[in-house]
Write a protein that binds this ligand. Structure first.
Ligand code: HEC
Length: 162
């Protein structure tokens, strides 16, 4: 009995640590939260962001941001799922910061010659990946856009009806 309780506790701790590792836990300094994207999202900016993302990020994070790529599987640390709900807790400035500085040793910084506006265009596209995934999840759960429900409720609801 004692042993199985212990095993359960170890399992729970292990799972928590694993979950922490796999998603967007803060790598950027707190000050990065305050950085503001000078660009406004528009079809042109998103198109530019998507192209840059395709060249600099998709090998690891995949075109859909879900990091289901052969390169991702070879990484010592699993690349974050950029379409996941946990991305909602990352500020624009934090995304900008990790793109610019990388996350040693697993994620390279963007080449130093990349202009600031390109980095912000990538940031806009990273947000778009999450926006697309959220719309997909809501549609699958049969919830029309404009419904003001938090994502965790939608996920619970989806599991119940599945
Ligand atoms: C060589 C593979 C690789 C490439 C290329 C790469 N990443 Fe990553 N990325 C990772 C890994 C691995 C992590 C998880 C790092 C960790 O948690 O220690 C990560 C994490 C992230 C995170 C979450 C950061 C956080 O604070 O948790 C974001 C956002 C991100 N990457 C965006 C990008 C963008 C945008 C690009 C392109 C400019 C990019 N990555 C290029 C491997 C990569």
């Amino acid at each position: 009995m004692k042993c199985s309780l212990c095993a359960a506790a170890i399992l729970i701790c292990g799972l928590t640590a694993w979950a922490h590792e796999g998603h967007g836990t803060a790598h950027a300094p707190v000050a990065a939260k305050k950085l503001i994207n000078p660009l406004t999202s528009s079809p042109d900016q998103l198109q530019a962001g998507e192209a840059l993302y395709g060249k600099q990020c998709a090998s690891c994070h995949g075109p859909d941001g879900k990091s289901n790529t052969a390169v991702a599987r070879k990484q010592p640390v699993r690349p974050a799922n950029l379409a996941d709900y946990q991305m909602d807790s990352m500020a624009d400035g934090e995304i900008y910061w990790v793109v610019k500085h990388g996350i040693p040793p697993s994620m390279p910084a963007i080449p130093a010659a990349t202009g600031d506006s390109s980095v912000w265009q990538i940031q806009l596209w990273v947000r778009e990946l999450r926006i697309k995934q959220r719309a997909f999840e809501r549609a699958r759960a049969g919830i029309t856009s404009g419904t003001c429900l938090p994502d965790f409720l939608i996920r619970t609801f989806r599991k119940t009806i599945r």
